[in-house]
Design a protein. Structure first.
Length: 131
């Protein structure tokens, strides 16, 4: 593992743990796996990882979260860290939010909940190819 992390952000702990477990099972120790229960916690985690010299290669974020919604969070991440790839996972995003997300250059995909393990794995692999 060469100091690369995937950060998963969702306000539902059970979904967060399921997503993390699925990624760990599929990609093993290729990445660090971090989680955050909301956008504010995610931003703090991003800062902490960067301070520790860990490159955040991908952020997978829910849309419907208390406080800052996923589209606002991903716009903020892009403004601060434009090279960080992001994927949105959602079961609730409205059309306007999806259109906003699609305009963010670092967004590599939008996945509907419940997600397909195969679809998610292929999308992550396309963003984070084995080196």
């Amino acid at each position: 593992m060469d100091n690369q992390a995937i950060l998963c952000v969702d306000d539902e702990a059970i979904i967060l743990m399921s997503l993390k477990r699925e990624l760990q099972t599929r990609f093993g120790d290729r990445f660090y796996y971090e989680t955050a229960l909301n956008a504010e916690e995610a931003l703090a985690t991003i800062s902490s990882l960067i301070e520790d010299g860990i490159n955040i290669i991908l952020i997978i974020s829910d849309w419907l979260m208390p406080g800052m919604k996923g589209d606002e969070f991903l716009e903020k991440v892009y403004s601060l860290h434009p090279d960080t790839n992001v994927i949105m996972i959602t079961g609730h995003a409205d059309k306007t939010a999806l259109e906003r997300v699609e305009q963010i250059p670092s967004v590599r995909g939008i996945v509907k909940k419940p997600w397909s393990s195969t679809e998610l794995a292929h999308l992550v692999e396309s963003v984070c190819p084995a080196g």
